[in-house]
Design a protein around this ligand. Sequence first.
Ligand SMILES: Cc1cc2nc3c(=O)[nH]c(=O)nc-3n(C[C@H](O)[C@H](O)[C@H](O)COP(=O)(O)OP(=O)(O)OC[C@H]3O[C@@H](n4cnc5c(N)ncnc54)[C@H](O)[C@@H]3O)c2cc1C
Length: 425
Amino acid sequence: MERTETLIVGAGVSGLAAAAALGDSDYWILEADSEIGGYCKTVVRDGFVWDYSGHFFHFKHPEIEAWLRARMGDQAVRVVERRSFVDYAGRRVDFPFQKNIHQLPQPDFIDCLYDLYFATQARAGGCAAPEASFKDMLYTRFGRSICEKFLVPYNEKLYACDLGQLDKDAMGRFFPHADLTEIVRNMREPDNRSYNATFSYPQGGAIEYIKALASAVQSERIATGEALIGFDLARRVARTTRRELGFERLISSAPFQRFAALSGVAHDPSVFSWNKVLVFNLGFDRKGPDDVHWMYFPSREIAFYRVGFYDNIFASERMSLYVEIGLRADVRPDVPQLRERVLADLRKVGIVQQQRLIAEHSVVMDPAYVHITQASNAEVARLRAELARSGVYSIGRYGGWTYCSIEDNIVEARALVQQLQHRTR
Ligand SMILES: Cc1cc2nc3c(=O)[nH]c(=O)nc-3n(C[C@H](O)[C@H](O)[C@H](O)COP(=O)(O)OP(=O)(O)OC[C@H]3O[C@@H](n4cnc5c(N)ncnc54)[C@H](O)[C@@H]3O)c2cc1C
């Protein structure tokens, strides 16, 4: 039986970043799909360049961006200042909504400011309800009106669950917090920066970052179309769809709830829940709005929660959209019917007018947003620690059952490899 020092599961960002950090040491990467990239794949159709969903990049570590860019040849990468809006009853409100309530119709603005003020007073006076969940956190910090006009309907459309189930920090640093002072200051001195105030995007799509990572990986050691289907921790042997493969250590980026089941380690599968995102990529024969990169749609009357405009990144001539719909994990979407609804809703909100649809693609991301709960956090931490004691590591957005960016995936994979190398030495 063949053996390898490190068996890596998944050739998405996390798996490739781990392999790149391992350099010329001995490893195999198993990738169930026929292509590398995971969720950072790009589809090119009729001249339109689409990702699996809008994948825009916000680097906090300049050295990581520089390392990737150095491996991208003459690929054009644009750094863009984000323009994003909330569609609120047909008018545009700058994102984040909670910092721009002064742009609402006056009665709605007064409701939001009034509730925000008294919610803030209650917190300051120590008499606010405890923040036991994400939903509680929203109501406690922003008051009822901001929640009910945007934060709750939008996030319910996205997560496709009761927000009362989610941990109060379910979105971590990706949630744009703002207090009363910042919100009032924003009325005169707009500062709508959040983690994604600017973003980078390669002309060839997200896959260009994958190609950059893959250029530092031993390509003959990537086995595409080969899935891990089980492993024996005691014998340190993995079963794949093609062979048995011995390993010294295993690094997996497969979704944690599936990996935990493969591991045979006792755990509680009921703590894992997540949503799916159905993405429609749509190419039109002419331009649409030219001043926006993406828009949020809180209205429950509209099928999608977000629409992005690829054509406004490189100022191309034809409207190129991604449209995202959040679904419960147990829903099998009727894609043709939802496609019709999406096209009708795009007309309803005024994005599509005279344009003719000329190219399209759709994909279901499953899982897309994991539901981070107190129980999932505890079970993931316990299981990961138990597996790590046997030299098995679960990393990545889905392997860590978390909410993070591709840069976070690279940072985590590199740190793990460094730690393992340090231990070996
Ligand atoms: C809707 C949406 C929008 C996003 N937008 C952004 C964004 O704008 N910017 C950003 O930085 N990040 C964004 N992300 C996050 C980003 O997609 C992830 O952080 C990143 O792709 C995760 O990479 P990964 O390698 O950890 O996981 P994945 O990309 O899921 O890769 C895991 C790989 O493992 C393979 N695999 C699974 N099971 C097995 C098995 N048993 N055997 C072998 N192989 C297996 C899979 O086929 C897959 O290729 C977004 C995510 C979503 C859902």
